[in-house]
Ligand binder design. Structure first.
Ligand SMILES: C[S@@+](CC[C@H](N)C(=O)[O-])C[C@H]1O[C@@H](n2cnc3c(N)ncnc32)[C@H](O)[C@@H]1O
Length: 246
């Protein structure tokens, strides 16, 4: 499958052409996607959807009102009033989950292997800077499979949310996720490999987000599960004592 061509507007061309590991053009008539500044924000344009940019402000409002003790994601990651684990979100995507985890007070390292998403995320983090949670988020454009081999610091939690290929056409998939699936249509499905590699690290807790009825990643039975309405979190505890805390 050929890679999508990204058009860059003239003001962005020299800044971004080397950051994107995709074919780029400055021809505004010949592209699959176009990156442009709209009201100072980096936006992705396509013939298929309205200009899209990553924005944390509406999520921030929701997080302010949420009681994290009740949130399945927080429970799965072992977050309590006293415990704010250091989390590596190895599949950052649109960084919604990363932002929620950072809003609960956790330092979060975001890994994203797509260069296109990484530049959109970088811009979103820059513009979201006044939000307190953003100060706890650090982004690396990196393949997590490589990162797991050489982690400078062992995180308390590795969080994995690989793509759900089986749900690609579902009407239930949110608009943002449809865009993500669209721009990552050439993405390989490496969820099983991510879990296997994460389990080789010294990280005590690995959390995998799955659809409620999906198979276990890599056929690996988790230590326990936290169920949400449509999703579940499979928790792999690599330290027996941890299971009692989870
Ligand atoms: C379903 S999305 C994650 C959505 C994210 N949890 C959110 O809240 O927005 C999966 C993301 O993982 C990224 N990804 C997949 N494999 C990866 C890898 N090996 N290293 C880093 N990122 C990866 C994909 O590029 C994609 O952006």
């Amino acid at each position: 499958m050929s890679l999508p061509t990204i058009a860059l507007t003239k003001d962005l061309y020299s800044d971004l052409k080397d950051k994107l590991s995709l074919p780029v053009t400055d021809n505004p008539n010949d592209y699959d996607y176009c990156l442009a500044k709209i009201d100072g924000r980096l936006a992705l344009q396509s013939k298929k959807f309205m200009p899209f940019f990553i924005d944390f402000s509406s999520l921030a409002h929701r997080c302010e009102q949420a009681q994290y003790q009740r949130e399945p994601l927080a429970k799965a990651c072992g977050i309590t009033k006293e415990k704010k684990p250091f989390i590596v979100d190895a599949t950052a995507g649109l960084a919604r989950d990363s932002f929620i985890l950072a809003s609960y007070g956790c330092p979060v390292l975001l890994l994203e292997k797509s260069s296109l998403l990484s530049v959109l995320l970088e811009d979103a983090l820059k513009h979201g800077a006044p939000l307190e949670a953003i100060g706890r988020m650090v982004l690396l454009h990196r393949n997590a499979l490589d990162y797991f081999s050489q982690m400078p610091e062992i995180p308390d939690v590795i969080y994995l949310d690989p793509m759900f290929p089986e749900n690609k056409k579902s009407a239930l998939v949110k608009k943002d996720m449809q865009i993500l699936q669209d721009i990552l249509e050439h993405d390989d499905n490496n969820g099983d490999a991510l879990l296997e590699k994460a389990l080789t690290t010294k990280t005590k807790r690995i959390v995998v987000k799955r659809h409620r009825h999906s198979d276990f990643l890599g056929d690996r039975k988790p230590s326990h599960q936290i169920q949400g309405k449509t999703l579940r979190f499979d928790v792999y505890c690599q330290n027996k004592n941890e299971k009692q805390i989870c």
